[in-house]
Design a protein around this ligand. Structure first.
Ligand code: WTA
Length: 632
């Protein structure tokens, strides 16, 4: 069984060992899984390339570890409990036996539809059990899944399908969220009109049964599932074969496809799940994330199922039918571990305490936070109103690229402090460095957060562009993985993530590249140039502030702004819509033509004091004009 740390003393000794002998430590953890063939070498690495190989020569199938190996002992235990959007509808449970059968059936259906090991399959689905079944079915036969969050636009979806040359898209007809019935299949239809030539088949899951257009390549999920065998021989995968691609935004250019591989990802997601949530036999665990993001991959699907847990999936939104829905679900299913994002906590906090107070949350043992810094006020509210002071908060820091939780308190084991992700997981070696790459040692210091040794679930490459992976993560500092985050170490050695130091903004826990949003804005007629920055937002953490130079002669500013938002929605999706738009006569630029974002960030935050020396700008006069337009 995968190690579960029980005490502070044990954490300290395990950590020490994991750093002294990482290979020995991870080999011991890996032994607890089912391998078709044992690995030859535990780790080979070179961050210069970068090349990282864990458990080289090992053969496995991750779904044998998620499903088959649990059948004997917990075949009748709930693997997935699905709670629908409509609270009047019954929840659906899949036991491990049932989930195994469904995954095998769909895996056979994929094979019957021409899918082979190594093919890429795109998912564009709401939070329905079929999404989890679908990704596991891919893993079963060695196909590579690329899940695209169903809030992205047709253009964004098409870009991702094309980048990975996906052979198939799997979608639903509609997505029910709150009172809305959002078309999903129609977006796929639209994406396929944008030149996704590699797509051979579209599989459509009937969710609401609403009307859709039917095309030549379309097949119903329930049709392809008919008469399929409920067993399926798992593909033999190399430990370093690709398991999935997940697109995420960076500071420049288009989103990149982060690649994770089978062996290391399996070992680390299971290990971190068991330790961070202190999951015990019989517990009900619920993570509210969407499987369209890494949190859903690692901590709704793979981590919990590898650990033989009962994992919940929720179709709806936190505010439907009212702001008590999360707590009603926790009470109803006697949830023991609850994992959500600060933006949800802040939104619910703003609705008032009456929505949480009526519910019995006494089963909660651990409550978690992920995706963005949690502010002190939200931390205390979460602790008092949800955890009732009895359920430690695990403020978990990690990234799409890290695959699993890297820095976090261990509940009931290490201490907690508001806003601090605190301590590294075993095997994780964080360091703070200054701009020159020199390690900042000691306590009560700040620096750029890097990781100086490989861990099993780390990014291996960016799909189709290995050089980009090297550039972004491994070129800034020698022999280190650079996270893009700033970090503070307090007097006692706890770590606090301060936020991104690059041009990535984090809106409601969603990562967005400023360049990506600017490119979308610039597609709008009448836009000459734009600059996008983040600014502090009470609920979303960061909001998007867009400065736009517009063509002369725009008469109706409100209509123009509305048009800009519509264009961004079309190019990326509603999550990237600017919260504030300011039409300006120019943008502050350095003599080499670079936009001075620092100035724009200050003005966006409503603080124009201390703008520093602006006389070296190419166009210093523009600063006052912008201030005037912004009213600061
Ligand atoms: C931020 C989400 C502060 C950080 C799992 C990171 C956090 C980015 C925390 C990754 C946290 C994530 N405290 N900031 N506990 N967790 N972040 O790839 O800036 O969607 O680099 O992965 O979110 O976002 P991603």
């Amino acid at each position: 069984m995968t190690l579960q740390i029980k005490s502070l003393k044990q954490y300290k000794s395990v950590y020490k060992k994991s750093v002294k002998d990482p290979e020995g430590f991870w080999a011991e953890q890996a032994e607890t899984f089912q391998w078709q063939k044992k690995w030859d070498t535990t780790l080979e690495w070179d961050f210069k390339e970068p090349s990282v190989k864990w458990f080289k020569g090992g053969k496995l199938n991750i779904t044998e570890n998620c499903l088959d190996r649990h059948l004997k002992d917990r075949g009748d235990q709930a693997a997935i409990i699905w709670e629908p959007n409509n609270p009047e509808e019954a929840a659906i449970t899949y036991t491990y036996k049932e989930l195994h059968a469904e995954v095998c059936k769909f895996a056979n259906a994929l094979r019957a539809n021409g899918i082979k090991k190594g093919d890429r399959i795109c998912f564009y689905m709401p939070m329905v059990p079929e999404l989890a079944i679908g990704v596991l079915a891919c893993a079963r036969i060695g196909a590579i899944h690329s899940v695209v969050f169903a809030g992205f636009s047709a253009t964004a979806l098409a870009d991702r399908i094309k980048d990975a040359s996906c052979k198939m898209v799997i979608c639903s007809d509609y997505n029910s969220r709150g009172t809305k019935n959002i078309p999903v299949k129609a977006v796929v239809d639209d994406a396929l009109k944008q030149g996704c030539k590699s797509i051979e088949t579209v599989i459509v899951h009937k969710n609401t049964g609403g009307k859709i257009k039917w095309n030549k390549k379309d097949k119903w999920w329930h049709e392809v599932m008919k008469r399929r065998r409920s067993t399926c021989k798992p593909a033999t995968m190399d430990a370093e074969d690709m398991l999935f691609i997940l697109y995420t935004s960076g500071s420049t250019g288009k989103p990149k496809g982060v690649v994770h591989t089978c062996g290391g990802y399996m070992v680390y997601t299971c290990f971190s799940f068991k330790n961070v949530f202190q999951y015990k036999e019989g517990d009900v665990y619920w993570c509210t994330a969407d499987i369209g993001w890494i949190t859903g991959h690692s901590y709704i699907v793979y981590g919990p199922l590898l650990a033989g847990a009962t994992t919940m999936m929720f179709e709806g939104v936190p505010t439907y039918p009212d702001a008590g829905r999360f707590w009603q679900i926790c009470e109803k299913h006697k949830v023991n571990q609850f994992y959500t994002a600060p933006t949800a906590i802040r939104a619910l906090m703003a609705k008032g305490d009456e929505f949480v107070e009526g519910y019995d949350l006494s089963d909660l043992k651990v409550i978690g936070s992920v995706g963005e810094p949690i502010n002190e006020e939200a931390w205390h509210w979460y602790n008092e109103k949800v955890g009732k002071g009895n359920a430690p908060i695990v403020d978990t820091w990690w990234q799409t690229e890290t695959g699993g939780i890297m820095i976090t308190p261990l509940p009931g084991i290490t201490d907690t402090k508001p806003c601090y992700a605190s301590y590294p997981m075993p095997g994780i070696q964080p360091v703070l460095v200054n701009a020159e790459g020199k390690e900042v040692k000691g306590n009560d210091v700040e620096g750029l957060l890097c990781i100086k040794f490989p861990w099993p679930s780390m990014i291996r490459t960016t799909y189709g562009d290995h050089e980009r992976c090297r550039q972004v993560y491994f070129s800034a500092f020698e022999n280190m993985y650079f996270t893009g985050d700033g970090c503070r170490r307090d007097e006692e050695g706890r770590l606090r993530i301060i936020g991104r130091v690059d041009d990535v903004i984090n809106v409601s826990g969603h990562r967005m590249g400023t360049a990506e949003v600017e490119n979308a804005i610039n597609e709008h007629a009448g836009v000459i140039e734009s600059a996008v920055v983040g600014y502090p937002h009470d609920i979303k953490g960061q909001g998007i502030f867009a400065y736009i130079i517009a063509q002369e002669g725009i008469k109706d500013n409100a209509a123009f702004e509305k048009g800009v938002r519509a264009t961004v929605t079309k190019v990326i999706g509603p999550i990237a819509k600017p919260d504030k738009i300011l039409i300006v006569p120019g943008l502050p630029k350095t003599r080499s033509g670079k936009i001075m974002r620092r100035l724009l960030r200050k003005i966006a935050s409503g603080d124009a004091s201390n703008l520093g020396d602006t006389s070296t700008l190419l166009n210093p006069e523009v600063v006052n004009a912008i201030r005037k337009a912004a009213g600061v």
